[in-house]
Design a protein around this ligand. Sequence first.
Ligand code: ZN
Length: 375
Amino acid sequence: MLEFQPLAIDGLARRARLTLRRGVVDTPQFMPVGTYGSVKGVLPAALEQMGAQIILGNTFHLWLRPGLDVIRAFDGLHRFEGWRRPILTDSGGFQVWSLGAMRTIGEEGVHFASPVNGDRLFLTPEVSMQIQTVLDSDIVMQFDECTPYETAGRVTREDEARSSMELSLRWAQRCRAEFERLANPNALFGIVQGGMYEPLREESLARLAEMDLPGYAIGGVSVGEPKDDMRRIVAHTPRRLPAHKPRYLMGVGTPEDLVDGVAHGVDLFDCVMPTRNARNGHLFTRFGDLRLRNARYKADTRPPDESCACHTCAHFSRAYLHHLDRCGEMLAPMLASLHNLHYYLNLMREMRSAIEQQRFATWRAQFEADRSRGV
Ligand SMILES: [Zn+2]
C-alpha cells in the first residue's frame, strides 16, 4: 500500500504527499532513526508532538534482539514500541556489511557470527523479507550489498562496484518474489547501487525501474567517501529515478546535505546524526553548530537556538545544558536530542513550504547565510 501524490515542484525540488498503510508522510521528510525500536532518549509522544511522521527500525538488530517471537506476540513493531505512525525498516544489509571480517558474502546471502552471542547466522534476501513481514513495517527495504567506498585500503574499482551492483539487482528480484509470496501488504523499495560510478548507477536504476517497485532508494553513499563524491552522486542519481515515485537517500546527513538532496529531487532522508551528535553535546542550530561542552557556554543564559520553538529552547539555557552535560546527567542528551530532531524536522517543514511557494533557491541562500553566521 503506497500512494505518492506530487503537489508542487520548484526546479528539481519536489513537494509531495506519501500515503502509507498507517498514515500520511509529507515530503521532503526526515525520518528519525530508532535502531533498537526506540529513537534514543526521545518518547514517541514527543516525536509525534514535534511532527515526526515516520521513523526507522533496524531489521538486523531487532532480529537478534528481542527476536521475532517477541515481535510476533505484538503483531509487529508498531505495538511493541508504542508508535502508531509509519515505520520504515532497513533490510539488514548495511549492518551485516558493517561487520567487516566477521561476515562472508556469497550469491545466496551473508554468513556471519551474531555480535550478541556468537551464533552462526545466515541472512538472505528471503530471510530479510520474512523478518520485515513480521515487523510489519510500512516501507520494506530490499536486501542489498552496500558497495564500499574503499576495498582493501584503496578506492573500490569499477569492475568490483559492478559485480556488487549486479548482486544487489539479483537480490532485488529475489526480494520481490519472496515479498509477493508472503503477501506482505506494505511497500517494497529497491536500492540503487553502483558506487561512485555514474554509468553503473544508471544501469542499476534502469533495471530497478523495470521492476516497477513503489519507491526507490539511493544506497552506498555516506560510506566514508569524500564529500565531493557524495555530492556528485546526489547530483546525478535522484533526478533519473521515476518521477512519480518516492526517492530516499539513505543515511544522509548534515543539514547542508539534506538541503542539497532536496535541491536534487530527494524526498526522504534518515540519519543518526541528530541523536548521535546530541549525545556528544553537538547541537545543530539555524546559525551554525553549537558545541555544548565549550567553556564559553558555562554562564550563557540564552537558549541553544533563539529562533527554535522546541521544548528545550523554550525552557532551558545553554548554561544549564552545559552544566547537565558536565555532570553526566541523562537529561542532557535527552534535551539535546529533542532539540536536534526538532531542528531537522523543522528544516524539512521550511523546505516544503519554500517549494510550495516557488522560492526554494531564495530560501536556500538565506539558509546558507544563516548557518555560516555563527551561534
Ligand atoms: Zn530547540
